[in-house]
Design a protein around this ligand. Structure first.
Ligand code: SF4
Length: 234
């Protein structure tokens, strides 16, 4: 089966997933308390599929959809503040065809980049429970199998970083203890002895961007590092 078809089949399974009762209930509750500015929206309120270029060399791993963002629009990072930063950076560095994305049908296309998340349902207060992360892990493990061209993995924020390391170890990567920080670069050896690179970044959450913990130059520096890494590899 073609990778595109396998990824689509996986995402169809994700959309129908109901493994986490707390999150399933929360997704039904969110549209009942819409902010005024979104009152005309018909919320997606299901697990979110991953998306992007099936032949991507960059894999971006977020934490979880935002209740009023991706959970509303039906696509990861679409229509939320983190997405404004992420899509802007992807566009600036040639990995997306437009600098922002507000709706699922707005024509956004990713090039050489695939976006997934640690869990696919918006959790209350953006805080998933450990068992919910474990329930969702098989989906990312399958994506790691299917996305065969990935060379650079970029988890957004500390939780995604820790959970990505756990997933990679489960896939057989030998990874020593690694510390989180902004703009760290680690070389990882895959189970079949190929090299992949992991680049760390603070999450472009409103909490980080509004407080100045993460600035545009800091975030763009990470994308320069990604670019440089791909150029060295190719
Ligand atoms: S978080 Fe993941 S495992 Fe839990 S219900 Fe949503 S898609 Fe399923």
């Amino acid at each position: 089966m073609k990778i595109e078809t396998e990824l689509e089949t996986l995402q169809d399974t994700v959309i129908r997933c109901r493994k986490c009762p707390r999150l399933v209930a929360y997704l039904q509750e969110v549209p009942q308390h819409k902010p005024k500015r979104y009152r005309d929206w018909d919320y997606w309120s299901k697990p979110l599929p991953s998306f992007g270029d099936p032949n991507a060399r960059i894999l971006i791993i977020g934490l979880a959809p935002a209740a009023q963002g991706g959970n509303r629009t039906g696509r990861m990072f679409t229509g939320d503040r983190s997405g404004e930063w992420l899509f802007n950076a992807l566009y600036q560095f040639g990995f997306a065809n437009q600098p922002n994305s507000l709706r699922r049908d707005d024509g956004l296309k990713l090039d050489d980049c695939y976006i997934t998340a640690t869990i696919r349902c918006a959790p209350p207060k953006n805080k998933p429970m450990p068992e919910e992360i474990e329930n969702c892990r098989p989906y990312i493990l399958e994506e790691l199998d299917l996305l065969k061209k990935v060379e650079v993995i970029v988890p957004l924020g500390q939780i995604a970083f820790a959970q990505t390391l756990k997933s990679l170890r489960l896939k057989g990567f030998e990874i020593p203890s690694l510390s989180f920080g902004h703009g760290k670069v680690y070389s990882l050896r895959t189970p079949n002895s190929q090299l992949q690179t992991l680049i760390t970044t603070y999450h472009p959450s409103q909490q980080n961007t509004q407080t100045g913990r993460l600035t545009r130059p800091m975030f763009h520096r990470v994308f320069k590092m990604i670019k440089k890494n791909l150029e060295v590899e190719s």
